[in-house]
Ligand binder design. Sequence first.
Ligand code: KIV
Ligand code: ZN
Length: 385
Amino acid sequence: MYIDKVKKEMKIPEKVRIFDTTLRDGEQTPGVAITPDEKIRIAKRLDRLGVDVIEVGFPAASLGEQKAAQEIKGLELNAKVCGLARVLQEDLDAAINSDVDYIHTFIGTSPLHREFKLHMGQEEILAKSVEAVEYIKDHGIIAEFSAEDATRTEFEYLKEVYTAVEDAGADVINIPDTVGVMVPSSMRQLVADIKNVVNIPISVHCHDDFGLAVANSLAAVEAGAQQVHATINGLGERAGNTSLEEVVMALMTTYGVKTNITTELLVGTSELVSRITGVKMPPNKAIVGENAFAHEAGIHVHGVLQNAETYEPMKPEMVGHTRRIVMGKHSGARSIRSKLDEYDIEMDEDQFCTLYDQVKKLGDKGKMVTDADLQALAETVLGKP
Ligand code: KIV
Ligand code: ZN
């Protein structure tokens, strides 16, 4: 593949850690609220899926958030249990009291955040960031630091902040593209430039305002980022975050990068999160949508029936999905015959031509022909009651 040619020039790590933020940024999806019990169900599932870190919420936000964090920690999962905290004493204490293994602390660093949200200057923000990281480390907890709105922060200042928190003992620095303004080329360059000045692992947190969150996360990995923040079904503030299922499958199949994810559990996990949050996936959603492995056009179905790789970049079973052959006006005779075989329906050539015409007529009326429709049409053609 062409990617193999270009991959050699990239700094792609062998393995990428998946930091799941479905229960934190994902819960910030407008209209979504997840109860502590539902958080526990999702956390257990995420752990089975194999994510490395589960950001369970924002403990300072409510007692329910703290309780959920404590209960999830009590499950003794393989994944690290993380709480989000601003660089404020009360937030850090709420996270520490929730018994988490890992604190993701953050403060806005861009001019917009400094002037309109925080009313603080660069030095004060830098000092608070360092204090927060030191405080977390004094409690023996893993510290990840995010410069919120990093991608709209002056680069020299951003470097200063990240090097200062590294010196203060941060274990990971995260680069949030808070309002999704990056494109893959700028993300790749930013990560490469930050990598030149810090030695701890670099993580990225991309938002999907321009539909580029997955592409930007992949570009970050191309430049050497070792961790990606993601959410199941791409849930999150506004247009959402990097979709976990998409970024993982692209990393593993396109780049050959390892993750700890058991990919066969992706569709089931997506369905669980969709049921609990009430956010339905569009049928054409990559990897987990109901059409992700559905084929209608006769030319495609013919190819797939000979060798599925002709029109599938990965096997549906790899992600817990199933292949579907769908009937409609683009169907060819082979698709219809394969469906008849599937249902053990036998007919002669004339009957088949009649059935074929009826499928096409329905398709021309803008109708999709379901398996049940096809069976009913076949029975009529065969003269069965
Ligand atoms: O998008 C963002 O910047 C965040 C921060 C809390 C890291 O979610
Ligand atoms: Zn975010």
